[in-house]
Design a protein around this ligand. Structure first.
Ligand SMILES: NC(=O)c1ccc[n+]([C@@H]2O[C@H](COP(=O)([O-])OP(=O)(O)OC[C@H]3O[C@@H](n4cnc5c(N)ncnc54)[C@H](OP(=O)(O)O)[C@@H]3O)[C@@H](O)[C@H]2O)c1
Length: 315
């Protein structure tokens, strides 16, 4: 079968013929229908992911949607979404039975893949980890990216009173406006923190942060007393210089979020809720299907930014 293999840390991925995985206790064999490509795949490939992963060479891919071929638990033909640290970018993959999430009937396979890691990382930090209360003001850092776009929509759907989108590019700001953000702030502004305070004069209750680094440091003073940050990604830097006093004085609450760290039942519930929102037309995601054989080119494109469309590999 064909699979996308990362031969060694930092090397470009290759599409290769590899043996099919063997049946194993507690694991299903799943035939690939669609697999979303994510920044985390590149981080794992480059050897800079924060959780342990198998040694290279390895089959890449943290998530995929497929059809069960063999399992002691799931009926053959059942469509499922799978999340594991590696191994999903293959025509057939092995997946833990108890980690599979059902894909609702009628949901297109590529969309079902797109709403996985990227969708959940936009949805759960607002609705679950961020515990949005209707009427609150939400700021989305990195609003032009896929995660940020879902976060804007999750906040609006959850009843946010005001959503401010912060993005680096004009295209990202334009996408945020189309999705319904009440105000947009360019991160290239001389002082994006001041611009955020002007856009949210009563203060921000919740920051959904896909950037970290300088943008988050600049935006923290815009939080209200008791405000929350959900830390989702670090596209702008692995470290941030945060001034200590205002964190204490403002009773600021910084919460980490990772799809790899959430309980399976919570992931499954959020996936079902997000799938329903997509089916109902309440959440939109642009999806671009790429043949599995073109994965190396898609990988290079993901490295330079998605331009707003989720790249999904299809066999
Ligand atoms: N915690 C989790 O479970 C989880 C899950 C999924 C993703 N993530 C993380 O979330 C982040 C976003 O993922 P994504 O799928 O949305 O990626 P994406 O679609 O590729 O978007 C990345 C966004 O980051 C922006 N960006 C990149 N470097 C920047 C910088 N130096 N300053 C400001 N903006 C910058 C880009 O802005 P432009 O549009 O202007 O280029 C783009 O909008 C990534 O760090 C990813 O690893 C975390």
């Amino acid at each position: 079968m064909r699979a996308v293999v990362t031969p060694e840390a930092g090397a470009a991925p290759e599409v290769r013929e590899v043996p099919e995985p063997q049946a194993a206790p507690g694991r299903a064999l799943v035939r690939l229908l669609a697999a979303a490509l994510n920044p985390v795949d590149l981080a794992i490939g480059a050897g800079r992911f924060y959780m342990p992963v198998p040694e290279a060479p390895r089959v890449a891919g943290v998530e995929a949607v497929g059809e069960v071929v063999a399992s002691a638990v799931h009926a053959p033909g059942t469509r499922v979404w799978s999340l594991e640290a590696t191994g999903r970018f293959a025509e057939v993959f092995s997946a833990a039975d108890d980690a599979l999430v059902p894909v609702p009937d009628g949901l297109d396979a590529a969309m079902a893949a797109a709403i996985g890691v990227a969708g959940l990382a936009g949805w759960m930090p607002v609705r679950d980890r961020g515990a949005l209360v209707p009427g609150e003001t939400v700021a989305v850092l990195g609003a032009g990216g896929i995660v940020g776009q879902v976060a804007i929509q999750a906040a609006l759907l959850g009843g946010a009173g005001r959503v401010v989108a912060l993005a680096r590019s004009d295209e990202g700001l334009a996408r945020a406006r189309v999705l319904g953000a009440h105000a947009v702030v360019p991160l290239g502004a001389t002082d994006p923190g001041a611009a955020l305070r002007a856009a949210a004069p009563d203060g921000v209750d919740l920051i959904v942060d896909t950037l970290w680094g300088a943008p988050l440091a600049a935006c923290l003073p815009a939080l209200r007393h008791g405000g929350r940050v959900v830390q989702v990604g670090s596209a702008a830097g692995q470290s941030a210089e945060l001034v200590a006093g205002p964190l204490r004085g403002g009773r600021i609450d910084i919460r980490g979020f990772s799809v790899f760290s959430e309980a399976h039942r919570d992931i499954a519930a959020a996936y079902a809720a997000l799938a329903a929102a997509v089916a109902g037309g309440e959440v939109r995601m642009d999806v671009e299907r790429v043949p599995l054989r073109d994965a190396p080119a898609a990988w290079a494109r993901q490295a330079s930014g998605t331009r707003g469309a989720k790249l999904v590999l299809v066999p």
